[in-house]
Design a binder for this molecule. Sequence first.
Ligand code: I3P
Length: 126
Amino acid sequence: SPSHSPDRLHVVEKAGQLNKTKIAEGGRKLRKCWTSSWLVLAGNSLMFYKDPKVAAAWTPSGSRPESSVDLRGARIDWARDLSSKRNVIHFRTVTGNEYLLQSDSETVSQDWYQAIKGVIRRLDEE
Ligand code: I3P
């Protein structure tokens, strides 16, 4: 039946480790706290997990991420003046939550940038 067919909500587009910090909540600036996080990009969401093992057990009704953001209407760019680190991605949700994502590997950051941007663009077109 259609309810059992795979859809975009269930397809993991990308997963991997990145450094992450939330820098604003609802437009209010937060103090930076960089941590290593396991990211899963699936459907309309970017999900953050502490542990890749928990993420591996992910099912639509199963284990919940530590936090999750809706990418619909989100904006992404490269953080130029927001960090002393290199290869830093900046994104902002429609609700005014802002995050920085970083890897010392330029390739890793580039791949994530393109993947997240691709999802945002697809959602913009829906
Ligand atoms: C912050 C910490 C962050 C740094 C931030 C500092 O200090 O060193 O790593 O961000 O810089 O304020 P603290 O641990 O005392 O809060 P970056 O590594 O991204 O540069 P900032 O205040 O210029 O954003």
